[in-house]
Write a protein that binds this ligand. Structure first.
Ligand SMILES: *Cc1c(COP(=O)(O)O)cnc(C)c1O
Length: 354
């Protein structure tokens, strides 16, 4: 065995994806399964498609190109594209998310050259201040895009909670189908897809508050970790421990809980703070900030606390009721940040469990 490693339970991810697809289908909502936290791994993409998602959402064009070459279809680029990647994007992507007029112009040109009509989801910012044309400007922008022959606006989308932390409410999300109705009434072209957000919107489903007219969600976390993205509540019918990070102990010693000498800045420019807990048992696991996000890593056994980490060392306080020794391994449940880092780190071995 090579450590650190992450064990990814594809059976649980399949089960979760099925549960989410089913829950959404009951409200006539299709699901785009988001594979970005797994860097577009084909194992996960296949699993999501088998569970019935209608498309795959990926944030990196490189991953989409690879998936396309591996024979996958129905690929949506989630990150609004860079001007420098438009040519490739138009070649490789089925639907892209866009919020800039300049970008739409470039897409139109590139699509014309390929003899293609590029499908686009026009992003509308309902107030979270991440991507999207501000909702008050949606009409003006859409009116202009309509004249671009090689751009086909297939829908409107919004993204909430990711940056501004804005919690989706029924009132806020209702704006999206309302904008659609206004555009269709005045400009006369159908806009079939109304994409109401990510795993922070899914709560509205089981609370019975999803506005009418929302017919698409782009879901990663709710499938991957079985939780919605606001209060981290479990999604009904899903399992939570889909991924486990395993690291090996390389030091176990009794030491003071306070460092000696004058405290300056740590390796990351922060002034560390310590709580004096006397002499205690400390362990070092061979995993660090190059592989995980320390704040979102939860030990799976009682009696172990995460104290902090440097690039390569994770410092733990251990009560040792489990008789841990050097050479043993410790398991952690990652939250979203740690999962993202572990999947992205080339130093973490990925184990796909069927
Ligand atoms: C990451 C992302 C999603 C999925 O977010 P989750 O919270 O993981 O469901 C949806 N849409 C866009 C644009 C994204 O970047």
């Amino acid at each position: 065995m090579k450590y650190p490693q992450i064990n990814i339970d594809l059976g649980k991810i399949y089960h979760n994806a099925k549960a989410v697809v089913h829950m959404c289908a009951e409200k006539d909502i299709e699901v785009w399964g988001v594979s970005k936290v797994f860097c577009g791994a084909p194992e996960v993409v296949r699993t999501l498609q088998q569970a019935g998602v209608s498309a795959i959402g990926e944030s990196r064009l490189d991953n989409i190109i690879r998936l396309r070459k591996q024979g996958f279809d129905h690929l949506v680029l989630l990150r609004i594209p860079m001007l420098s990647e438009i040519e490739k994007m138009v070649e490789m992507v089925d639907i892209c998310l866009v919020s800039e007029m300049v970008t739409l112009g470039k897409i139109n040109e590139a699509a014309k050259n390929r003899g293609k009509r590029q499908k686009v989801l026009l992003m509308v910012d309902l107030g979270d201040l991440r991507e999207g044309v501000y909702h008050q400007d949606a009409y003006d922008v859409y009116k202009k895009v309509k004249d671009l022959d090689n751009v086909h606006i297939v829908g409107l989308g919004t993204n909430l909670t990711c940056y501004g932390g804005v919690i989706p409410t029924s009132e806020m999300l209702t704006r999206l189908p309302r904008i659609r109705d206004q555009l269709v009434d005045t400009l006369g072209q159908p806009i079939p897809i109304i994409s109401g957000g990510n795993s922070s919107s899914i709560r509205l489903l089981w609370q019975g508050e999803m506005p009418k007219g929302i017919n698409n969600l782009r879901i990663g976390e709710a499938i991957v970790l079985g939780q919605e993205a606001v209060a981290k509540e479990p999604v009904p019918g899903t399992q939570q421990s889909t991924c486990i990070i395993v690291a090996e102990i390389v030091e176990l010693q009794r030491k003071p809980s306070m460092p000696e000498g004058t405290i300056g800045r740590d390796a990351f420019g922060n002034v560390p703070r310590f709580e004096d807990r006397g002499i205690h048992l400390r362990a070092i696991a061979a995993i660090g900030r190059q592989d995980i996000d320390v704040g979102s890593l939860c030990p799976m056994v009682e009696g172990i606390n995460v104290l902090g980490a440097s690039s390569d060392h994770l410092l733990l306080e251990v009560d040792n009721s489990h008789n841990i020794r050097v050479g043993d391994v410790v398991c952690f449940k990652p939250e979203y940040g740690a999962l993202l880092a572990a999947m992205t780190s080339p130093y973490v071995t990925k184990n796909w469990v069927e």
